[in-house]
Design a protein around this ligand. Structure first.
Ligand SMILES: [Zn+2]
Length: 336
């Protein structure tokens, strides 16, 4: 993968080489081209070597990057584990004064532009992670470049750098995620954390074992990518509504009217038409929601500012809409 400008989204094209021989061919070619011999020079103890031979002024950066890369390479391998076992090859990262792009991975050989290290040393650490993801991915062919680059930036920006979802760019247009990189990374991050957990792992497995087809994305994420992108943008644009200061009763008008009310700390009751029907244990609470669990059924609900949501098939689905309020005629002495 050639990432000419890591800060500005673009989809990298495949080289003729990788088209003819596939990714694994490139890995093999890089290996045969001398990686073992250089790795063997220091006893071959480190899986990733970062070389700054051509630019000694970056020796300290290279040493720090090598430590970082050796910590993260096996982690990235685990994050992208699939039923097809991938042996992580030894990786050689060269800081290259002649390279005019930002960075590129070709099999297990990674080049990073010396100018980029000089001008953006912190970003260059993220670039190392991004390129290592490409080595780990080991996709035999690259038909879905946006997913390949999206996963690389998801692991870089969301997992390695720990950026919050709101920081990921959401360009306008029908399907800007198809340009890969950070817009696709944010999209995958949102799918992973809300609508369809497991999406990244499953996309990775499908691309790695060559089963990715026309319907794969929909099967994994539960809907067409364009529809999900729209839902993602809407969800992020909607202001996050906070719960009221002391949320104790939530009313709704469905099924003849009902309510959720706190009985005692950690214990909630659901009433329909004034009659108790279920009890729930409070298992989590934030400024935006309260999560309730009835272990016996089991049934997991979430009370938000204006909705009761039901956790079903891996998604939070609206169940009732309603409002928080003090009960009319509530007797403060009769309830905690
Ligand atoms: Zn890339």
């Amino acid at each position: 993968m050639v990432d000419e400008t890591a800060l500005f989204p673009m989809v990298a094209g495949m080289s003729n080489w990788s088209r003819r021989f596939g990714f694994l061919g490139l890995v093999a070619a890089a290996w045969l081209a001398g990686v073992p011999s250089t790795a063997a020079a220091d006893g071959g103890t480190r899986a990733v070597r970062v070389e700054a031979a051509a630019c000694p002024e970056h020796a300290a950066w290279a040493a720090a990057a090598e430590t970082l890369a050796n910590e993260w390479y096996p982690r990235l391998g685990n994050l992208l584990a699939s039923d097809i076992a991938v042996e992580l090859p030894r990786v050689r990262i060269r800081i290259d004064p002649a390279y005019r792009g930002v960075a590129a991975a070709s099999g297990a050989e990674i080049r990073i532009a010396a100018d980029w290290v000089k001008e953006h040393p912190e970003d260059a650490r993220g670039v190392v992670i991004h390129e290592l993801v490409h080595v780990v991915q080991a996709y035999p062919e690259n038909r879905e470049g946006w997913i390949t680059e999206g996963i690389a930036d998801y692991l870089r920006c969301a997992v390695f750098e720990g950026r919050p979802l709101r920081e990921f760019p959401r360009p306008s247009g029908e399907s800007p995620y198809r340009d890969g990189y950070k817009p696709a990374a944010g999209f995958l991050f949102w799918l992973e954390s809300t609508r369809a957990p497991g999406t990244v792992r499953r996309l990775n497995a499908a691309l790695r074992n060559g089963t990715y087809g026309t319907n794969t994305f929909r099967e994994i994420a539960g809907a067409e990518s364009t529809d999900l992108w729209r839902a993602y943008c809407e969800a992020l644009e909607r202001p996050q509504q906070s719960l009221p200061p002391d949320p104790r009763r939530f009313f709704h008008d469905s099924q003849g009217g009902g309510e959720f009310a706190i009985l005692s700390e950690g214990l909630w009751v659901e009433r329909q038409q004034g009659r108790e029907v279920w009890r729930f244990r409070e298992v989590a609470r934030s400024g935006e929601s309260i999560e309730l669990l009835d272990e016996a059924r089991p049934m997991r609900l979430r009370l938000t500012a204006g909705e009761v949501q039901w956790f079903r098939d891996g998604l939070w689905t609206p169940l009732y809409s309603g409002r928080w309020t003090a009960a009319p005629g509530r007797n403060p002495g009769s309830e905690p």
